[in-house]
Design a binder for this molecule. Structure first.
Ligand code: GDP
Ligand code: IMO
Ligand code: MG
Length: 431
């Protein structure tokens, strides 16, 4: 019945270049959600959860998996490497977090990342040389290309071997021409691919189903849904620093298309920002620090990729870009993470505008900085806003006034409990 339909569905997205701490915040908010669904990206994502001192890094399984009453859904908009998914299920099981088909549903419509996609990702990057995008080489771009070109292989094909063979053939012919004629690489046979898929089929078949029906039934029963974004706004294929982007729409609007829910089923949009900025891979990064300062911030913040281990480039908070990201995503609630990492820095800079006529970036111009005094205190044990040092609060409030929206949650460490809630949405998830 329409009147009982869930009214507290929340989308979580990153507002910079990824790694803002989405996993931590999704895990936290999942305490109050019945379902957590990923809507785009694939295992290029690395989402880190720290619960009771245990660190879990997830690439495909939604970050609600450690909450006891949550069902996790991999939505139709995700590209899924079945080998990685099985590896992730095995790793969780080894650690005592067994994830059965009653807790995880893989959309039959999600497209598969195949070994040939990984190979092509690597060959393309190599061929680009100095112009490379710096992808994760997980095959994400080539898998989305096949989806849009209408020659992809969907998870549902794993349930029907005749369909699987036919669908694999439709993508393989072209790939083999590319491998051999363009890149001088080896071709792959259909039998090799079927052999690769066989053990994965057995393992994953029970998880594959109708995710769209599942989510709508849940919403009809007033069960709340949390939508987990991957990557960040400036890696969005339309709105990011193209071509140095990922191959999907990362903005909140895609939470609808990537799951089959309607836009009216998205009730709040939580945007996550780091207290500074990072990016992995190539592409513009206007507020990037000079090498020595960058190295210091990187080691203080542990800024190494959760998926590839690559050092992340580090820089100052870029207010005009975050302001733009808030618009693009329709953010209703803002979370500031990793504020603790700035402790001990004498003077903190903020990119407040650009030397362009509009004062905005749109990826050109140079940032104009404002300097604020830092603080020395360790803030990782603070649990209420009043406990923060005055200069730290002044920094938070300056960011709020620059981006035009209140910060509803401040994160002061990697642990689930290391948060300072300032709005009811977050207070409710903690207690
Ligand atoms: P995601 O991709 O957005 O989920 O973020 P990642 O997990 O890739 O990177 C965020 C990193 O910062 C992880 O190592 C988290 O454990 C860590 N982290 C998250 N929030 C905080 C925080 O407030 N303080 C500190 N020091 N670390 C944090
Ligand atoms: P989470 O969800 C940070 C970056 C890659 C590269 C570009 C394209 O953990 O925030 P791709 O493999 O997607 O074709 O690479 O996107 N990238 C990420 N950077 N966090 C991520 O995910 C990323 N996923 C992709 O480094 O620059
Ligand atoms: Mg990450």
């Amino acid at each position: 019945m329409q009147s009982q339909r869930a009214t507290h569905n929340t989308v979580v997205v990153g507002l910079q270049w990824g790694d803002e701490g989405k996993g931590k915040i999704v895990d936290l908010l999942a305490a109050n959600a019945r379902h957590v669904v990923r809507f785009q990206g694939g295992n290029n994502a690395g989402h880190t959860l720290v619960v009771d001192g245990e660190t879990v890094i997830l690439h495909l399984i939604p970050s609600g998996v450690l909450q006891p009453h949550t069902t996790c859904v991999i939505g139709n908009g995700v590209v899924v490497d079945p080998e990685v998914l099985v590896g992730e299920l095995d790793a969780l099981e080894k650690r005592g977090h067994s994830v059965g088909p009653e807790t995880l549903l893989l959309s039959a419509d999600a497209h598969l990342v195949l070994p040939i996609h990984r190979t092509l990702d690597g060959l393309r990057e190599q061929a680009l040389g100095g112009d490379m995008i710096g992808t994760t080489k997980k095959g994400i771009g080539p898998a989305y290309e096949d989806k849009v070109a209408r020659r992809g292989v969907q998870a549902g094909a794993l349930l029907d071997i005749a369909r699987l063979r036919k669908d694999l053939e439709s993508t393989l012919d072209e790939k083999n021409r590319m491998f051999t004629e363009w890149y001088g690489a080896k071709s792959v046979s259909i039998d090799e691919l079927i052999e690769w898929a066989q053990p994965l089929i057995e393992r994953l078949a029970p998880y594959i189903g109708d995710s769209v029906g599942h989510l709508h039934r849940a919403a009809d029963q007033s069960e709340s849904i949390l939508f987990e974004g991957a990557q960040g706004t400036f890696l969005d294929v339309d709105h990011g620093t193209y071509p140095f982007v990922t191959s999907s729409n990362t903005v909140a609007g895609n939470a609808a298309a990537g799951t089959g829910m309607g836009p009216k089923d998205l009730h709040a949009v939580v945007g996550i920002v780091k207290a500074y900025a990072t990016r992995v891979g190539a592409g513009p990064f206007p507020t990037q620090l000079p090498p020595e300062q960058e190295e210091a911030l990187r080691s203080q913040g542990g800024e190494f990729g959760a998926t590839t281990g690559r050092p992340r480039s580090c820089g100052w908070f870029d207010a005009p870009m975050v302001r733009h990201a808030i618009r693009l995503n329709g953010v209703t609630n803002l979370v500031l993470t990793k504020l603790d990492v700035l402790s001990g820095i004498k003077e903190i800079q903020i990119g407040v505008s650009y030397d362009t006529p509009e004062g905005e970036s749109r990826f050109s111009g140079n940032p104009i900085y404002e300097t604020m005094p830092g603080w020395d205190e360790d803030i990782t044990a603070c649990r209420s806003y009043d406990e923060l040092p005055e200069t730290c609060k002044a920094y938070v409030e300056r960011l709020e006034s620059l981006v035009g929206i209140q910060i509803g949650l401040v994160s002061v460490g990697p642990g689930r409990e290391q948060v300072i809630p300032r709005e009811s949405l977050f207070r409710e998830a903690i207690h």
